[in-house]
Ligand binder design. Sequence first.
Ligand code: GH3
Ligand code: MG
Ligand code: MG
Ligand code: MG
Length: 504
Amino acid sequence: MKVPKHILIAEDEKFQRLKLRKACTTAFPTTRISTASNSLEAIQTASAENIDFCLLDFNLGDGTAKDLIPKLSIAIPDCPMIVTSASDTQDVVIESIRAGSADFIKKSDAFKPQKLANQVSDVLERIWLSQQERRKLDRRLQKIRSTASTDPLTGLLNRRGVDERLNGADRRTIDRRAQTAAICIDIDHFKQVNDRHGHKAGDVALGIVSRLLRRRALNRDILARWGGEEFLVIKPSTTYAEALLWCERLRRELSDTPISVDDESFFITASFGICCVPSTEFNASIFDRADRALYRAKELGRNRCSTWAFSNFLDFVKPGELSSLQAIEDVLSRYEKSLSDTQQEHLAPHSRAVGELADHIAKLLTLDDEARQRIKVAGRLHDIGKVAVPESVLAKPRSLTAAEYYAVMRHVRDGSDIAAERCDLPEVASLIEQHHDRFDQHGVRWLQEASVLPVADAICTMQTDRPYQQRRTNDEIVEEIVTEAGMQFSPAAVIAAVRAMDAC
Ligand code: GH3
Ligand code: MG
Ligand code: MG
Ligand code: MG
C-alpha cells in the first residue's frame, strides 16, 4: 500500500478539520499532517512545506477547490490531490476532476480511516503507475532519438547528431571569448583497404579510427562520422596551434596503429583539414573551409595535416607565380589585406633583407649565377609558411607553449610546400625546408647552397627588434655567429657572412 509522507488538509470548518486530521492520522500513522483553514493558507503551507498529498474541502471560506487546485499545482507540481465535500452532486465532482483533482471522496467517507486510506492509496498507486509508464516512454524516446543521431558502426554522432548538438545545449555553453576548431579527417585510399583486405577489415579500421578519436578527445568535443570514411571533429575553446598539434599527434598515432583482422595486419593513414575561428564566427560554413584544407592535404600527398590559412594562400597563387622576385612582391602586395602586422613584417622587410644578404654571401662563396638566383628567391620566400601562423602566436612576447612552438616551426614545412607547388625554380623548396637546419645535423656533406639561408636569416633576425628579444649590434652578431661556426652554422658560410656584413 502506498503511503503519503506529508498530507495537507484544507478545510474551513474547525470541527470538520479536526475530524479529517484524526481520520488521516489513524489511516496513515507515520504521515505528517498539516492543515489550512482557507485557500490562501493552503497555498502558503504548500509553498513552504514538502507536501506530497492534498485533501481539499470543495467549499473553502475564500473560494472553492476548483480555483485553488490550479494555484496549488503551480506551487507543488505533480502533487496528487483529492477533493472532499458533504455534497456529492455531479457538479461538485465534475468541477473538481476538471480542475485537476485525482479523485473525489464524500465527506462522510473521508471521516472513516479505512475508506480514506483505501482511496488515497488507490490514487497514489494509479499515479505511480502512470509515472512509471511515462518514464519508460521517455527512455524509449531518448533511445530512438539517440539512435537517429548516432552512427551504428562507430557509435559517433552522425550529421543529424551534430546539428542537434550545435543547436542545443552546446551552442549555449560555448565560450564566446575563445576559439573553436573544425577538423575534417578522411582515411587515405580506403577503397584499396576494402579491395585488398575485405569490407570487414574496412569496418574494423573505421572502428579503430573512432576509438582513437574518442581516446584523444575531451568531453566537450563533438565527434562525428561525417560520411563513409570521413570524420568531423569540433573542438570548442581550442586555438589554432592546439588544434594543429592535436591533429598531428592523432595522425601519427593512427599511422603507427596496426589494424589486425583475422590473421592479417595492415596499416592505414588519414589526411586532416583544420579551420579555426573565433567562437562568435563559428557556423557550418567553417566545415567547408576545413574540407577544403582536407582536399589540399590529399592533393599534397595524403597522410598529412593542412590548415585553411595555408590552403587559402595556395588557392590565391597561380602555379609558377612565385618564381621571380618581382612576381613575389606582386603576390604579397595583393595578399597584404589578409596578413597581420607581424606576418607582413616577416614576409616583407625581413624576407627581403634575408634574400639580399643571402645573395651577398652566395657571391662571396663563389656560387654560380643559377645557384645565386635560387638562393635569392628562397631567401625572399623563406618565411612564406608564416601566412598560416596567427598573429597571437607570431607576436607573442612570452615563451611559447608546446603547441605554439609547433605551429611556428610548421612554417618551415608549409613554406617549402608552397614553394614546391607555386615556384618553378628547382631546389627552392628544398632550400626553404632547410632554412632552420643546423650545420651539426648535416656535417660537411651539407650543400653549401643550403647553408647560406640559416646564417643570413639569423643575422637579419638579430638586427631587428623581436617580441622576445631586442636588436643586437653588429659586433654582438658577429661574435654570436662566429661562436656558432661549426655548430649551428657552416664555418664557410660564417666567414662569408662576416665579410658581407663588413661590406655593408
Ligand atoms: P582518398 O585517399 O582520396 O580519400 O581515397 P579513398 O579510396 O579513401 O576515397 P574514395 O572516396 O574513393 O573511397 C571511399 C571508400 O570508402 C569507398 C567505400 O567503399 C568505402 N566505405 C565507405 N563507407 C564504408 C563503410 O562503412 N565500411 C567500409 N568497409 N567501407 C566503406
Ligand atoms: Mg578516403
Ligand atoms: Mg572519400
Ligand atoms: Mg623561418
